[in-house]
Design a protein around this ligand. Sequence first.
Ligand SMILES: Nc1ncnc2c1ncn2[C@@H]1O[C@H](COP(=O)(O)OP(=O)(O)OP(=O)(O)O)[C@@H](O)[C@H]1O
Ligand SMILES: [Mg+2]
Length: 306
Amino acid sequence: MEKFLSKRIVLVTGKGGVGRSSVTAALALASAQRGNRVLVSEIEEPCGGFSPLARLFGREHLPVKPIKLAPGIEGGQLTAAKGQEAFLTSVLKVRTMARLAMRTKPLLAFLRFAPSFHEMGIFFHLLTHIKSQTRDKRNRYDQILIDMPATGHTLALTALPQQLLELIQSGPIAAGMREGQEWLNNPKTGAAYVVTIPETLPVTECMELIDGLQQTNMPVGGVILNMVPENPFSTSEREELQGLLNGHSFFGQRYLDRIATTSRAAEKLRSEVHVGLLSVPYCKASGTELPKMMASRLLGESLRES
Ligand SMILES: Nc1ncnc2c1ncn2[C@@H]1O[C@H](COP(=O)(O)OP(=O)(O)OP(=O)(O)O)[C@@H](O)[C@H]1O
Ligand SMILES: [Mg+2]
């Protein structure tokens, strides 16, 4: 937790349904409780609809310009169009010109469909938040947490700076990509946290994603093992119990099996990936209460660590 709290930019990633959005909201609450000014973000959904991340803070959507979601927490969408506009403004120097350019249909069609321009826009929008300052010249956000989309999209974004820099070595695009790399690829400031659940296949997929992230030079801060079942037994109690239960079927067998699968999954992660492991228990809560409960468990774990 302490390591996580010190990162400026955190990408929360993992395969679908493992709890990325819930973990992002919980991490944001935990971080704000520890005094950070936090921005939570998600990448625009092309089809619109409600935002699962916003719902965890009691709203239906996140606007593009961040709004206050909770004490110490703002939330906003990252959009390609906003980043492209910010990029054009930095090149053309005049925002009105950039806004006019962003209304020209051929340019819009080009930006929408040319490969990598979408990711580039998102990247530039993120940079504007990283550099955003308050009137008294302090960073507006101590920490920016991004609820990343599914695995493939995450890697498309983390691979982008290097790929573009191989094609374009000078000029404003290259400068922006290098600036982004300085934040994201520096383990002091940037980290990806991979969320997974304690089951065999998701753990294997999590390890593949860690490999993919490392290949794109994205530092991996840790793995967050989510929905961990509570384990009321010590190892010796469990062994004793096993002796009594062997060969019988009993109420609660599946729960005990889940506990066993969880310790195997945690063991596999500890022995094969050399990154920190944070556990979040399965919480009997929903809506805005779920991330609050998860956050208090995360903070509890950090107290035990210290
Ligand atoms: N620690 C937890 N305890 C209990 N339920 C959880 C926990 N974490 C997540 N959930 C539940 O699991 C479901 C999936 O969570 P969430 O929407 O955060 O996952 P996701 O990875 O963001 O999914 P998607 O791939 O759809 O974006 C939700 O119903 C959520 O309430
Ligand atoms: Mg989600």
